[in-house]
Design a binder for this molecule. Structure first.
Ligand code: GUN
Length: 299
């Protein structure tokens, strides 16, 4: 039997979240005597990173916060980057610090992430924050999985006891996503590129989170009827049907083949993507509240 599949509108959800953040900013600004501030550090000229960083800065200002952008040349030494982070750690106008990844190969990413003051680590990548998430303490949760959880909770009243399969085991998405679902009392399976019989594993799931980075890998035939599918993938593929040299964005899930099977699914674009920056702003507001001695915002 075919079900009507709901397309989860992450763009609209993210807009509402940004509005709630913007509504909350003035009271925090009043308490701090300054705007909440986010510093974004970009090293080199990775084209996709450049777009992300520009969008982050634009949306930070739109919700009434201060944006500090530090664009460093590709040949910046690790020592110079660490020195900038130390300056930002001590800068009272900065509540959140984000170092855009990937970094150039000569820089040790783990050392850089470890240098960020965990109370300003709005990306949630510091091992202290990863450890807090894994042990049920309040820290900062990485933005993309946090956005995925918000969308899931909007669609599903009670996640408790549901079977969740996370495909992909990155530190940025897969691992924190699994921790968040576990904290919601889901029965969590982490699948990845070496998982045997992946289609059968996915077929068990009431919730599927696909974060593998392989275009349209998850097929509708793998999905349990009525399941909720969250597609984190953003893959650019050729689109000859739209003309020569044309490309389009697709997720890790074959969206079309899930229609009539999934209960709800995030589209690409317009699903998880817009949630990431909105959650970064939410984390920055939380950092500012903590620095001001205010309770965590409920946004
Ligand atoms: N590169 C791709 N996604 C992210 C992200 O969420 N945070 C940072 N810092 N870099 C990224």
């Amino acid at each position: 039997m075919s079900v009507a599949t709901q397309a989860i509108d992450g763009k609209a959800f993210a807009e509402r979240l940004r509005q709630r953040i913007a509504d909350h900013v003035p009271s925090v600004e009043h308490r701090l005597g300054r705007k909440p501030g986010l510093a974004v550090v970009l090293v080199g000229d990775h084209p996709a990173s450049d777009v992300y960083v520009r969008n982050k800065a634009k949306q930070t200002v739109e919700v009434g916060m201060a944006s500090f952008k530090h664009a460093l040349p590709a040949d910046t030494s690790e020592a110079d980057l660490l020195s900038l982070i130390e300056t930002l750690n001590h800068d009272n106008a900065v509540d959140g610090i984000l170092v855009q990844l990937p970094l150039p190969k000569h820089i040790n990413e783990a050392a850089v992430l470890a240098a960020i003051n965990p109370t300003k680590d709005v990306d949630g990548f510091h091992v202290i924050n990863a450890g807090k998430l894994a042990t049920g303490q309040s820290g900062f949760v990485p933005c993309t999985p946090l956005g995925c959880l918000m969308l899931l909770k909007d669609v599903i009243d009670d996640l408790s006891g549901l079977e969740a399969v996370v495909i992909g085991r990155s530190n940025i998405v897969g691992k924190p996503m699994a921790q968040l679902l576990l904290a919601e009392n889901c029965t969590v399976t982490m699948a990845h590129s070496r998982t045997k019989n992946l289609s059968a594993v996915v077929k068990r799931a009431d919730i599927v989170v696909a974060a593998v980075g392989r275009a349209e890998m998850v097929e509708g035939a793998w999905i349990k009827p009525g399941a909720t599918v969250i597609d984190v993938g953003i893959n650019r593929v050729d689109a000859p049907e739209q003309g020569v040299h044309k490309t389009r964005l697709v997720g890790d899930v074959d969206f079309a083949s899930c229609q009539g099977i999934a209960g709800a699914i995030t589209p690409v674009p317009g699903g998880v993507g817009p949630m990431t920056i909105a959650c970064l702003l939410a984390n920055t507001l939380t950092a500012a509240c903590r620095h001001a001695g205010l309770p965590d915002p409920i946004v």
